[in-house]
Structure formats: structure tokens, C-alpha cells
Write a new protein. Structure first.
Length: 158
């Protein structure tokens, strides 16, 4: 029966220390090789914390599965900001284009509930609301309404 170790690590900067080292040590595996594998597979998300799952087989071989970072982390990276608004209702901290929102939705892939791109984009827009982010210089809720009304069909193919 394979062992599974799940952790949140800083992309590209995992170390043999916590959280991976203490979890992997008792399993008798080559921790350095696993850390190299984790860092190699997470380097695309540099600067973000990502969920990883390490599956260790009975013969001590391993596979690394990398999840996607939280939606808020992808939004912050896209905008180049450190944090969302402390008062999202009154203070806006950035503006995304609908194309940037679609890019984030595609990066999240199957971890979103939507079966079509437009549905996934509306999920991302919900996060924009709580972070104080506008989209195409509009309130994200208004953009959701425009999507529902078919105004973004050309930019969000099904």
C-alpha cells in the first residue's frame, strides 16, 4: 500500500526541513531526491505556496502531484500585488482584464466547479469581489451579469 504525504510548500524552494522532511524521514526514502522532484515540478509557480502530494510506492519510488495555488494567489501574481484590499467594498487594489481572468480560470483547470470557461471565469470573478479587484474597470458582479447576458461570448468561448 503506497504512503501519501501531502503538504503546502513554497514553489521551487522546498527543503528537507519542515513540512516535508519530518513527514518523509520515517518512510525511509531518499528525501533529497524527492525535494529535487518537488522543486522541479513546482518552479512554474515560483513565489507562491502550492499544495503537493507525494505518493511513495512499496519499492520506495515516488511520484509528485502538484496542485494549483489558491485563486487569490494567482490573482495577486497576475496583478503583481502583495495582498488584496482590507476593505473590498470601498478600496480597490487592482484591475484585471477579462482575458487575464480567463487565463487564471484556465490555470485552475478542473479544480473549479464550472464545466465551461464562462462558468469558471464567474468563479474567479467572485474571488475578485472579495479581494477588491475590478475587471475591465467594472465591479466583478457587473461583469458576471454581462457574461450571463452573453456580452462576453466572443472572449469566453464555451
Amino acid at each position: 500500500m503506497p504512503e501519501i504525504v501531502e503538504a503546502q510548500v513554497e514553489a521551487g524552494k522546498a527543503t528537507p526541513g519542515p513540512p516535508l522532511g519530518p513527514a518523509l524521514g520515517p518512510l525511509g526514502v531518499n528525501i533529497v531526491e524527492i525535494i529535487k522532484g518537488v522543486n522541479e515540478q513546482t518552479k512554474a509557480y515560483t513565489g507562491m505556496v502550492v499544495p503537493v502530494k507525494i505518493i511513495i510506492a512499496d519499492d520506495k519510488s515516488f511520484t509528485v502531484e502538484v496542485g494549483t495555488p489558491p485563486t487569490s494567489a494567482l490573482i495577486k501574481k497576475e496583478l503583481g500585488i502583495d495582498k488584496g484590499s482590507g476593505n473590498a467594498r470601498e478600496s480597490k487594489v487592482g484591475n484585471l482584464t477579462i482575458e487575464q481572468v480567463a487565463k487564471i480560470a484556465e490555470a485552475k483547470g478542473t479544480s473549479l466547479q464550472g464545466s465551461k470557461l464562462s462558468e469558471s471565469v464567474k468563479e474567479i470573478l467572485g474571488t475578485c469581489v472579495s479581494m477588491g479587484i475590478t475587471v475591465d474597470d467594472q465591479d466583478p458582479r457587473d461583469v458576471q451579469t454581462l457574461i450571463n447576458d452573453g456580452k462576453y461570448e466572443a472572449k469566453l468561448p464555451s
